[in-house]
Design a protein around this ligand. Structure first.
Ligand SMILES: [Zn+2]
Length: 110
């Protein structure tokens, strides 16, 4: 995935990647934002308010995580950001934001 590239959405996974770009990429124009939000809401990845759903978080995998890190500029050791790459902030010295994140991390490590 190259930053700023024109996008095609064929699978739900493609759509998750687009939602990541929608959330973190600064340069997306309004038309692209509208289109991604629309498709993501249709597919249940964003709620009516444009907030990511549990379905979205469940679909996050290595590739999605990498893209999120690339776009946010957060590295693995970045303080305050969930280690699974979901983009949530963590509290205190926790590495992951939620129980689901921890599960995701252990699945990735396996
Ligand atoms: Zn997480």
């Amino acid at each position: 995935m190259i930053r700023g590239q024109a996008f095609t959405i064929r699978t739900l996974h493609d759509l998750v990647l687009m939602v990541v770009r929608l959330r973190y990429e600064k340069g997306l124009n309004d038309k692209a934002r509208e289109r991604i939000t629309d498709i993501a809401q249709t597919n249940g990845l964003l709620d009516a308010a444009g907030k990511p759903t549990s379905k979205y978080f469940a679909l996050i995998d290595d590739e999605v995580e990498k893209l999120a890190r690339e776009l946010t500029g957060h590295t693995k050791q970045a303080a305050g950001l969930c280690a699974c790459g979901c983009g949530r902030m963590v509290r205190g010295r926790a590495k992951t934001a939620t129980q689901a994140c921890r599960k995701r991390m252990s699945r990735m490590a396996a």
